[in-house]
Design a protein around this ligand. Structure first.
Ligand code: ADP
Ligand code: ZN
Length: 515
């Protein structure tokens, strides 16, 4: 087909590449066919090319919404260097320059026009007359209060589809859980948007979670055979970064503390020392890491639990970028959960944050493959044990939980996938509470089929099924439970389910209480 010849020609001619990366070609095809798109690709996956290349092939100008004013000029300069006509429009420009940009647009001299979301309001009235090829929304998770970086200016982007119903809208992000993905689609008003989910799996990262007891001695032991290796320890508080760095120094380990309270000069010096292998260990708040390009970070430790799974995965993802094995270790303590909850309670989107924290906690408490739990959280339905996490390597004691899992899945089905964990457990245990009678749930076939299992145990088993990717929690929809494709196998194809015996977990929780 001519268009496929075109695509590869353009790829070579303007970008100098011979091949597409995973998902790029499918996204480009959708855009060339005029479809809306939601693309979730990891950092460095090559998102820009997905809208830049169609922008070159299609008639008219592509409008690219990007939140990073500071980077806009660089992006446009890079396009110019490749011989591509591009402009940007934001509040840092004089009105004379802005008018010039608009004139270039009107004369169809521009293939790509980058605009800050805050400036879109100014730009929109001018677009009605113009020939627009597509809208690309970079960092699209910023549109959602469920995302971890909500920006009010993004909410007006919903207008695009209303004002320009026939022009494709493409949303790009490197970080969005299922809740955020759904919200992006809804807010941008692109219900038939085609979803492209690149794999987020980083097979070379060993994932481990331990109870947060005796953390410092554990860290010293962990670092024993890692003398020259680079690594990052993430803490919640600035004070802790200093304390821990100092304690490591006292033990003869070279470490520097890093947090947002240090002067910009000091911060860039510490980063520099780390990137150039002069300081092997950084003890930091989450302020550290954004934009740091270091491929040989060999380990990441979370001294405290991150506030959500996105943060956790972003932070552990800073290790092992070279593809070589890297180790990650998360310390989980209930005290951290309480503290994080207190931080969140006053936030404007407290409800969202608390729901995400709860999912993080469920991940930390997982008794099955961590990677399955993690990838399912981002909407990737995998079910094969990874062999490279603590739970795969030292599995807890399992029993054949197939029948119980079938009962649970069947009840989720009969509750029409509308109810959260609490109601599900009540129904399975045959509770006589008023809500059940109001909704008539005492009549469904699975009512009371697990009445011999204690309430909290049953709740834990349900969470295990979530972590195993058999159920999904729509925590943005009252926490209702859904069946995944794997659940259908459990219900209809005799797929076996292993459940972890709960004794082990009780022991470690009890141990923490004693500590
Ligand atoms: P993202 O925005 O997804 O983080 P970028 O769009 O900045 O990633 O791309 C990351 C890097 O990969 C860039 O240097 C880009 O030029 C390069 N790249 C993109 N597509 C390809 C490809 N098909 N082949 C080789 N390199 C590519
Ligand atoms: Zn695993």
């Amino acid at each position: 087909m001519t268009s496929s010849i075109n695509k590869t020609n353009y790829l070579k001619k303007y970008f100098g590449y011979d091949q597409f990366r995973p998902n790029q070609e499918a996204i480009i095809d959708d855009l060339l066919a005029g479809k809306d798109v939601v693309a979730i690709m990891p950092t460095g996956g090559g998102k820009s090319l997905c809208f830049q290349l169609p922008a070159l092939i299609l008639q008219g100008t592509a409008i690219v919404v990007s939140p990073l004013i500071a980077l806009m000029k660089d992006q446009v300069d890079a396009l110019h260097a490749n011989g591509i006509a591009a402009d940007y429009y934001n509040s840092s420009q004089s009105s004379a320059i802005q008018n010039q940009v608009l004139q270039n647009l009107h004369q169809q001299k521009t293939k790509l026009l980058y605009v800050a979301p805050e400036s879109l309001g100014h730009l929109l009235p001018n677009l009605q007359e113009e020939n627009i090829s597509l809208f690309a929304i970079d960092e699209a998770h910023c549109i959602s209060a469920w995302g971890h970086d909500f920006r009010p200016a993004y909410t007006q982007l919903g207008k695009l589809k209303v004002q320009f119903p026939s022009i494709p809208v493409a949303a790009f992000t490197a970080t969005a859980d299922v809740a955020t993905q759904d919200d992006i689609v809804q807010q941008l008003q692109i219900p038939s948007g085609k979803k492209h989910l690149a794999s987020f799996d980083r097979k070379n990262l060993f994932l481990e979670v331990r109870p947060g007891t005796q953390r410092l001695p554990q860290i010293l032991k962990f670092l024993k055979n890692k003398k020259e290796e680079s690594g990052i320890i993430y803490c919640l508080s600035r004070k802790n970064t200093k304390n821990i760095a100092q304690k490591l120094n006292e033990k003869g380990l070279e470490a520097q503390a890093y947090h947002a309270g240090l002067s910009p000069e000091k911060r860039s010096q510490i980063q520099d020392d780390f990137v150039n292998d002069r300081t092997p260990i950084i003890v930091a708040t989450i302020a550290f890491g954004m934009g740091i390009d270091k491929s040989n970070v060999r380990w990441v430790i979370h001294y405290n639990m991150p506030k959500n799974i996105e943060g956790y995965y972003q932070e552990v993802g800073r290790s092992g970028r070279d593809g070589l094995p890297a180790e990650t270790l998360l310390f989980y303590s209930y005290a951290d959960v309480i503290q994080l909850r207190q931080f969140m309670e006053d936030a404007p989107n407290a409800e969202f944050q608390l729901a995400k924290l709860e999912r993080m906690q469920q991940f930390a408490e997982a008794l099955s493959c961590r990677r399955i739990a993690l990838l399912n959280y981002f909407g990737e339905h995998v079910s094969k044990n990874c062999g490279n996490c603590d739970n795969c390597q030292t599995p807890p004691e399992f029993f054949d939980g197939t029948i119980l899992a079938q009962k649970i899945c069947s009840a989720v089905h009969r509750l029409k996938q509308q109810e959260p964990i609490g109601m599900l457990v009540d129904v399975l245990r045959g509770s006589k509470n008023a809500q059940i009678y109001d909704k008539g749930y005492q009549h469904i076939k699975t009512y009371g089929v697990a009445k011999n299992v204690a309430w909290l145990d049953l709740q834990q088993y349900v969470i295990q099924l979530v972590n195993q990717g058999i159920l999904e929690i729509r925590f943005h929809q009252n926490g209702r439970l859904l069946l995944t494709p794997l659940a259908k196998k459990v219900l209809f194809e005799g797929e076996k389910v292993q459940l972890a015996s709960l004794q082990i977990k009780k022991k470690s929780v009890a141990k923490e209480a004693l500590d």
